[in-house]
Design a protein around this ligand. Structure first.
Ligand SMILES: Nc1ncnc2c1ncn2[C@@H]1O[C@H](COP(=O)(O)OP(=O)(O)O)[C@@H](O)[C@H]1O
Ligand SMILES: [Mg+2]
Length: 349
């Protein structure tokens, strides 16, 4: 499945980067009469098009409220939200929502409609031709890894994880620029949750869509995110890559979140890809390990650094090669990198 196929119905199909997926929050606030403090308090943040950004924070800190202001299910009391350079109130609400897919925990599939009808509900509303809808259905089923033989089934005939996949396909049906996902995997069992997380990472790399994903689960956030927005009591506490949050926590709240005193916990939150990227950008960190000869063990970009430690120990090497799923060498990661990452936020003498 190629990204060109997926974006075939998008307006900006020729653009190398779909900047229309950029989201900017400018001092956005929202209060509810029932609360003494604002649910969202002066949040300003810029989300780059095509990033997978996770909104992380404890229950009640305002994640859902912030998300719902993007597709105007809630209206801010003050501040502005821009999407692809346009203030969202300059668009008719239907047009705005057409550019935004929305996935929630309670999936919300229509129980009396088949999977086929559920997924194609928005394309039907948009008046797509039958052939275009059928092509899209086939493509989406392949994308979410369900057989087309499921199309005539009803939601109750699918497992929770399968229903969540269908919810995702429905959100993607009209090829939106942006996906808003509010704790979509929270009700799924642990094994299926991990599978869905991997699939989402994979899907994100294929689709080039901006994804704003809400969770209160720290591991899930670090696993999925290019960047994480940490919120607390309505306020944005820190915005950064998983590596930045672990190596440069802004305050004690973030330190507690990433378990700064626990080395193995910190390592478990950062993956190999973050190290390769950081080295490339030379932003936080410029280290690197020498390649090893004829290695047997291979690292994957998505491996967390805690498992890298055990792989290094078992292999007896100082560093291991990193390869992608088709076997291309992406670089090497070893003890030197782990050491450098762990000491990078210690005060210099
Ligand atoms: N529709 C609403 N009416 C009244 N209060 C609300 C409403 N939605 C959210 N809140 C309140 O706003 C705060 C933030 O809620 P929410 O954004 O749902 O948090 P989160 O998604 O981080 O768990 C909470 O105190 C919650 O009770
Ligand atoms: Mg919520």
């Amino acid at each position: 499945m190629s990204s060109e196929m997926i974006s075939s119905s998008a307006v900006t199909v020729d653009a190398p980067v779909r900047e229309s997926g950029e989201i900017v929050f400018e001092r956005v606030s929202k209060s509810f009469a029932t609360n003494t403090y604002p649910a969202v308090d002066q949040v300003s943040v810029k989300i780059t098009a095509c990033d997978l950004v996770v909104l992380l924070g404890p229950s009640g800190c305002g994640k859902t409220t912030l998300l719902k202001m993007v597709n105007r299910l809630y209206e801010p009391d003050s501040g502005k939200i821009w999407m692809g350079g346009k203030e969202i109130h300059t668009l008719p609400v239907n047009e705005l929502r057409r550019q935004i897919g929305y996935v929630i925990q309670q999936v919300g599939l229509f129980p009396h409609m088949t999977i086929q009808k559920n997924i194609s509900v928005v394309p039907h509303l948009l008046g797509w031709q039958e052939k275009r809808i059928n092509d899209r259905l086939e493509m989406l089923m392949e994308l979410i890894g369900l057989p087309v033989s499921y199309l005539p089934r009803y939601p109750r005939q699918l497992s929770g994880g399968e229903q969540q996949r269908v919810g995702l396909a429905r959100a993607l049906a009209a090829d939106p620029e942006i996906l808003l996902m509010d704790e979509p995997f929270a009700a799924v069992d642990a094994i299926n949750r991990e599978r869905l997380q991997s699939e989402l990472i994979d899907l994100h790399s294929k689709l080039n869509k901006t994804i704003l994903f809400v969770t209160h689960d720290v591991e899930e956030a670090f696993r999925l995110a290019n960047k994480i927005i940490v919120m607390r009591a309505g306020k944005l506490v820190q915005y950064g890559t998983p590596l930045e949050l672990v190596t440069q926590p802004e305050n004690e709240f973030i330190e507690d979140l990433v378990g700064s005193s626990n080395i193995l916990r910190k390592l478990s939150l950062v993956n190999v890809n973050s190290i390769l990227k950081a080295r490339k950008n030379q932003s936080i960190y410029s280290g690197g390990s020498q390649p090893v000869e004829k290695p047997n063990t291979v690292l994957r970009p998505e491996d967390d650094l805690r498992s890298v430690v055990s792989l290094l120990l078992c292999s007896g090497k100082d560093s291991l090669p990193v390869k992608d799923s088709v076997g291309h060498l992406l670089g090497t990661v070893g003890y030197a990198d782990l050491r450098e990452m762990l000491i990078s936020n210690l005060p210099s003498e």
